[in-house]
Design a protein around this ligand. Structure first.
Ligand code: ADP
Ligand code: MG
Length: 683
């Protein structure tokens, strides 16, 4: 980086924080939008809110004292007049703005007292030869602390200069560029950083410009290739074959109080086949909420335990880890197998003892949160890692557990479970390193949840239905609005709702859970809800993942129009788990946009998570599919899995071609977009 003018250690460090380590990274930091400074706009045609370059003659400069002291400068270009206003100014600046001088400025025109004004415009005094304005559109980069736009513009200008002299490696095969109508890399980055005045900005805004599509394609390709490389690398590592010679798995299945569904049986068979190999299993089990994934994971765990090996089970939240620990204890303690629960809240001596039992192998099954990743956690002979609700964990975290293995350096088998249905093309990209099994059948006797959308003004009607349902022995969830990304605001909204409901429903017992509670308190409330002591649970979206209370039959969701379809589907999956007919009520704030109407209609029309996911992809909208973005399942600089989904089939084909024919370009692409080729593998 230091080859660029003006980049000292301090700026380099700031850039590094943004992930910008080299000139190329800088070129991949694309502008958010552009400003048109290519034309000088007649003052008379300026509209309020317009950001524009104007040029005129200074008619008057004076200091005004109304309110705050400020400097006013009135200019006119013959078509109209404009006031420039400065709240911070020096004497020299004031003197420079002399009457009769020509001035060119850029800023936003805003309505003022005597016509339009610009507050703190950028300005300069054009010379006679300086007639033209800029010849390309001006990029506006994502705002970053301590990095001004001017700086970034200067750096990208220098970077473009360097690469147009030295060139940029073109890794995409010519054939693809032609077939897709993509520009070359240098042409694409030059256009995106300095678009000519006649560029189709609307296409850029919508992500449809060929220059952008080319960059997105390349990034998706690099991501996909790196996962495929990772997959073949993992395949080469040794693992312990886990074979259920004693028939422990059939015994376990026979001991369950219900019969497994056909889909559960099929997936268990697939798992057992993988486990019996001397190379690590890398399998994703997808199954809609309530499809019974936990027991499938337990069957694999039974196999590992029967071979005297340890299993680690990772859950995304403490709530879920506790719930799993409870289930696994019920299944495994009768078999004489010790189940340990490791979360962040177990500390001090208790933690030391627990770590010791994990390290010497006495704890055969270890359930935990991300605390399991910590270095202080070592296993005696870990042979199976189960990761629940994968979308909450990134690829890196998942791989960190792989390192733990056993003392002979063998790699554990990996089973990833997700309730997030994901359309096939996306799965091939996001999970290119995994085999996929699908549990496509719900346990028998489940009645589809009835879903209704209603304006929030009809809340009070719900209060009556909740009272009736709860007095008849049912339970209900009330999920409070999602407010920005702030736990504090979420919590305040939830507390307000809880107070309102407590007043309206004095005959019921209410509980409140939210993300800011101590986990001990959260646990207590959840336990009370599970045992039926609490009738109505008011919650923030912490209940989204995995919570299993079969007696709950009503789910009320506020501000449903602001949530992603996948998330709403997850929340809805909390009910309809028992024998009772369940309902999900989506409260919204009118008026609904057409898009919002269509999205809510999808939920009313189907209970099938795959259909919901496909519709989410087709419609798009707030939140996004699988929460891929929020959770960084795939962190990308330019591509957007949803926006660019139509590129994926071609990405996959190109990847297959390049792995075979262009290994040099594969390495180059991964290096360019993901960093040193092994970064994923090392963590
Ligand atoms: P998820 O796939 O969402 O993780 P769970 O594993 O939590 O689902 O299972 C949901 C509920 O269904 C649990 O109460 C579980 O005991 C029950 N269940 C699982 N499999 C079956 C089955 N084959 N028949 C009946 N109930 C089942
Ligand atoms: Mg689950």
């Amino acid at each position: 980086m230091q080859q660029l003018h003006g980049v000292g250690p301090q700026l380099a460090a700031r850039l590094e924080k943004l992930g910008i380590l080299c000139v190329q990274d800088l070129l991949f930091l694309l502008p958010l939008r552009y400003e048109d400074r290519t034309r000088i706009v007649p003052i008379g045609s300026l509209r309020p809110g317009q950001r524009a370059v104007v040029e005129g003659e200074i008619q008057l400069t004076e200091v005004a004292y109304r309110g705050r002291r400020n400097l006013l400068c009135k200019i006119n270009d013959g078509t109209g007049g404009l006031t420039l206003r400065f709240f911070h100014f020096s004497r020299a600046q004031q003197n420079g703005l002399a009457r009769g001088k020509r001035i060119r400025c850029f800023g936003e025109a805003r309505p003022g007292t005597g016509g339009l004004q610009m507050v703190h415009p950028e300005y300069r005094f054009p010379t006679d030869t300086d007639l033209a304005a800029d010849d390309t559109l001006t990029p506006v980069y994502p705002a970053t602390e301590g990095l001004q736009q001017g700086r970034l513009r200067n750096l990208t200008r220098q970077a473009l200069g360097l690469v147009s002299a030295d060139g940029l490696d073109e890794w995409l095969p010519d054939r693809i560029l032609k077939a897709m109508g993509f520009p070359g890399l240098l042409e694409a980055v030059t256009l995106l950083h300095r678009p000519p005045a006649d560029t189709d900005l609307k296409a850029i805004q919508e992500g449809r410009h060929p220059a952008q599509r080319r960059m997105a394609f390349e990034e998706l390709l690099a991501q996909h290739l790196s996962l495929r490389k990772l997959r073949s690398k993992t395949r080469d590592e040794p693992a312990v074959a886990l074979v259920d010679t004693a028939g422990a798995v059939p015994d376990f299945i026979g001991s369950l109080p219900y019969a497994l569904t056909g889909a559960q049986q099929r997936v268990i068979a697939e798992l057992l086949e993988d486990l019996a190999e001397e190379q690590p299993m890398m399998r994703l089990v997808q199954g809609d909420v309530g499809s019974g994934k936990t027991v499938v994971a337990a069957a694999a765990t039974v196999c590992a335990a029967a071979c005297n090996r340890q299993t680690a089970i990772m859950a995304p939240t403490e709530l879920l880890a506790e719930q799993h620990a409870e289930n696994f204890r019920q299944w495994f303690e009768p078999l004489g197998q010790e189940v340990a629960l490791l979360t962040g809240k177990i500390t001090g001596k208790a933690r030391q003892q627990l770590l010791q039992r994990i390290a010497d192998g006495r704890a055969r099954i270890v359930v935990g949160t991300h605390a399991l990743f910590q270095e202080s956690v070592t296993f005696d002979h870990l042979a199976l890692v189960v990761v629940d609700e994968q979308h909450r964990f990134g690829v890196h975290q998942r791989l960190a557990l792989r390192e733990k293995g056993d003392r002979e350096g063998r790699c554990p088998h990996q089973l990833i479970m997700t309730a997030t249905p994901i359309p096939r093309t996306l799965a091939m990209t996001a999970y290119a390193d995994l085999d996929v099994s699908v549990i496509d059948e719900l346990p028998p006797g489940r009645k589809p949840v009835t879903t209704v959308a209603m304006p929030e003004s009809r809340r009070h009607e719900l209060v009556t239905s909740i009272r009736d349902a709860c007095l008849a022995g049912q339970q209900a969830y009330w999920v409070c609005p999602l407010i920005e990304e702030s736990e504090v605001l979420d919590y305040e909204a939830a507390e307000k709702t809880a107070n309102m409901l407590a007043e309206a429903l004095p005959e019921l017992s209410l509980g409140l859970v939210h993300g800011r509670m101590k986990s001990k308190d959260k646990h207590r409330v959840m336990q009370a809800f599970k045992s039926g002591e609490i009738d109505l649970l008011i919650a923030t979206t912490v209940v989204e993942v995995g919570v299993d209370v079969p007696n709950a039959s009503m789910m009320i969701i506020e501000n449903a129009e602001r949530m992603g379809l996948a998330q709403l589907h997850q929340l809805r999956g909390r009910v309809g788990r028992g024998g009772e007919q369940s309902s999900c009520l989506l409260l919204y704030k009118p008026p609904l946009s057409d898009l919002a109407k269509q999205r809510l209609a999808v939920l009313r029309e189907t209970n099938d998570g795959f259909k919901v996911a496909q519709a989410d992809l087709d419609l798009r909208g707030p939140g996004e599919l699988l929460g891929i973005k929020q959770t960084g399942l795939m962190q990308m600089r330019i591509a957007d899995l949803m926006r660019d989904a139509d590129l994926l089939p071609e990405v996959h084909k190109t990847a297959t071609f390049m792995l075979k024919e262009r290994p040099d370009a594969v390495a180059g692409l991964i290096e360019r977009w993901i960093g040193e080729a092994g970064r994923f593998g090392k963590v």
